[in-house]
Design a protein around this ligand. Structure first.
Ligand code: FES
Length: 113
């Protein structure tokens, strides 16, 4: 049995201790850069690529489960990837994320929007 089948398709990223509360970290999941966010609203995995002008979302302010792109201020719901203001019109891809054995794992297949 290969590692992916054993993990139901989820791929290992970081130790949970590397992503303390109120922090974010950009990682590669296969070839996609994914921003892991540990927030008051939970743990989220969102593509680290804004749909406005394709800049990284990393470093954006997060409040009430909404991330604000540091470049021009597009806001996205971390749970759905949908834009919450009118700077961007298209959603950002989101991914299922879970913690197993103190490791953060991400499903590399985006959640259908
Ligand atoms: S690139 Fe994100 S708001 Fe423009």
């Amino acid at each position: 049995m290969n590692q992916e089948v054993k993990n139901e398709g989820f791929l290992d990223t970081l130790a949970l201790s590397e992503l303390p509360p109120d922090s974010q970290k950009s990682v590669f999941v296969r070839t996609t850069r994914v921003l892991l966010c540990n927030t008051d609203a939970g743990l989220f995995a969102i593509e680290d690529r804004c749909t406005h002008a394709f800049q990284p979302l990393a470093g954006g302010d997060i409040e009430d489960g909404i991330i604000s792109c540091p470049k021009h201020g597009a806001c996205f719901d971390l749970a759905s990837g949908k834009p919450t203001n009118n700077v961007a019109t298209r959603p950002v891809k989101i991914f299922k994320v879970r913690v197993r054995n103190e490791r953060i794992e991400v499903d590399p297949t985006p959640v259908p929007s």
